[in-house]
Design a protein around this ligand. Structure first.
Ligand code: ARG
Length: 572
């Protein structure tokens, strides 16, 4: 569709410039104005003519009417018909365009279809997931993990070189708390056996006890200070805690098909902070505030950014500043993306400003991508105490339910376990990524897991359906495509929008654009499947066309599902 829009825009630009003067309205500008009519019976693409009113000194409906008669516009390859509706010019795309351009292109390009090279030669660093070690990996982490990974996949699809970083929260006073709790109430055997659960239990116990006896907090601080000074016993415990936590996280990442290029967590930047603190100091940016060193941001309507505590220890923003400088030097990124809950928006706005004040001219390459909160079946989440919904438990419950459905409907399925995992986990991810990321969402497990409705199982099942059809089909010929049904044309139209949809998702940092696109393709395919006999079509060209459309759908879904962390089982 992108190609068609560009050609159309060029023709419109030529027509407008002919009357209003050279270069008054370029093709790119017009291309960006093109819309999809909300009601597809009006047309496939609409051009609002309101912006031309000033240039052409005519009312928009009159402009639309004149453009509708323009010979160059009418002769653009793919324009089927043109009609005027108020100030809009509505175009219908000809079936021939899908037959000659869209479907053959998908068949020919295969996995390459929909990709672009806008990112060629550019590097994007993505900081996501980044859980805090020894704290539970709960449903609130779903957002950063799957939005982050989707954005990585989407950027890769557009040719960017991507570096995925898990900025583990592996440093801070929580380790002091854990060390105190472990020595008081823990045992090696138990923690070894229970893994991260054992650590979380100790952490929760610490908070319960510290509510009664606040002096425990001082002990914890002292243990963390010892850790900062490389006390060998504390270092040993700390490393062990991280190892246990990572083992658990990696299980979840495996289920999601996620890998990272780097696990450099907060502790990695310990020796990289002094240089930045020194720079801040020498530039006169540090101020003393009740004993702490801060950067005053009142001029920018923000609270001070904390750099050093009263006792000289560093803070979360200090580590982020050092990490950004390190990443710029190491990867020379064109963009560094941070995906976190919107509760951290102020934190990012503050330290981005500090980086700017420090004179780093790449400050505007730092991007914070926030998302809203999640609750599950009405349960609210809190991290410090025990009542959290673990992501692992949510996945397990989903897998269990899907296993039941498969047992009922397709008991003989091979790879049952693997498939149930792909579909169960996929259901949760799909449900989550259907919403605009910034929205707060409340999770209904039953809705997410339904096989009909706008769900992950529905789209994965649609993909599997294309696979099984293709298994039984013969050779496909790209030169014998003939569209004979509006359901075929509708499907081809959806498929033709893949590339521009990917570009929009990247531009808006919004995976839900892809989720909704996958739904639109699946719906169009299933409608086509129910209305048009495919393998049993008698006419050879009709059969070939429908098989080609099935193949094209298969290709697009096979590329699109992994863009939102969904796997593509061929049989369900
Ligand atoms: N560990 C942090 C948390 O769980 C998220 C880290 C995000 N990345 C960053 N560079 N600050 O809240």
């Amino acid at each position: 569709m992108q190609k068609f829009k560009k050609q159309l825009a060029a023709a419109v630009s030529e027509a407008v410039c002919k009357t209003a003067g050279d270069n008054v309205c370029g093709a790119d500008e017009i291309c960006a104005m093109l819309e999809y009519p909300p009601d597809p019976t009006m047309g496939d693409i609409a051009l609002p003519c309101f912006r031309f009113a000033k240039l052409l000194r005519k009312a928009p409906p009159a402009i639309a009417a004149a453009l509708a008669e323009d010979a160059t516009i009418k002769s653009v390859d793919g324009v089927g018909s043109v009609n005027v509706s108020g100030g809009y010019l509505n175009f219908r795309i000809s079936d021939g365009y899908y037959e000659k351009n869209v479907i053959p292109e998908i068949l020919e390009k295969g996995d390459g279809y929909g990709r672009s090279d806008i990112g060629k030669g550019k590097t994007v660093v993505l900081d996501y997931s980044s859980p805090n070690v020894a704290k539970p990996f709960h449903i609130g982490h779903l957002g950063t993990t799957v939005i982050g990974h989707s954005l990585k996949k989407l950027h890769e699809f557009c040719g960017y070189n991507c570096v995925g970083i898990n900025h583990l929260g592996d440093w801070g006073t929580q380790f002091g708390k854990l060390i105190v709790a472990y020595r008081k109430w823990g045992s090696e055997k138990e923690v070894e056996k229970d893994g991260i659960d054992g650590l979380v239990a100790l952490y929760v116990r610490f908070h319960e006890e510290a509510d009664k006896d606040p002096s425990l907090n001082d002990l914890a601080r002292a243990e963390f200070t010892k850790l900062e000074h490389h006390d060998p016993d504390n270092i040993k415990l700390w490393k062990w805690f991280i190892e246990l936590s990572l083992a658990e996280y990696k299980k979840t990442y495996d289920q999601l098909g996620i890998t990272f290029d780097s696990y450099n967590g907060e502790s990695f930047y310990t020796d990289k902070m002094p240089e930045q603190v020194e720079k801040l100091r020498s530039m006169g940016l540090l101020k003393l505030d009740d004993g702490a060193s801060v950067v005053d941001l009142s001029e920018y309507n923000m609270p001070v950014c904390l750099i050093l505590k009263r006792d000289g220890s560093t803070l979360y923003p200090t580590r982020d500043i050092a990490a950004a400088v390190y990443r710029k030097r190491t990867y020379n990124f064109d963009k560094c993306i941070y995906v976190t809950s919107s509760q951290q928006s102020l934190h990012f706005a503050q330290w981005f400003k500090v980086v700017e004040l420090m004179g780093y001219d790449w400050y505007d390459e730092l991007v914070h991508v926030p998302y809203g909160t999640v609750s599950i079946d009405g349960v609210k989440l809190s991290t410090r105490h025990g009542n959290v919904v673990l992501l692992r438990d949510v996945f397990e419950a989903a897998i269990e339910k899907v296993t039941k459905v498969i047992d009922e409907k397709n008991p003989g399925l091979e790879n049952k376990k693997e498939t149930a995992e792909a579909v169960g986990v996929g259901a949760i991810v799909f449900y989550y990524l259907m919403n605009n990321r910034i929205k707060d969402i409340s999770f209904r497990m039953d809705d997410a897991l339904s096989f009909d409705g706008n769900t992950g199982p529905y789209v994965q099942y649609t993909y599997a359906r294309t696979c099984s059809l293709l298994e039984k089909s013969g050779e496909i010929r790209g030169d014998r495509i003939k569209i004979t049904s509006p359901y075929e044309a509708e499907l081809a139209k959806e498929l033709s929008r893949f590339s521009e949809t990917v570009l929009r998702a990247v531009a808006e940092y919004e995976p839900s654009v892809i989720t909704r696109y996958i739904l639109a393709v699946s719906t169009a395919f299933n409608r086509f499947y129910h209305e048009c006999p495919i393998l049993s079509a008698e006419d050879e060209d009709v059969r070939n066309t429908r098989t080609a459309l099935t193949k094209a759908t298969n290709t697009v879904l096979h590329s699109a599902l992994p863009l939102i962390c969904l796997k593509t089982p061929e049989k369900i």
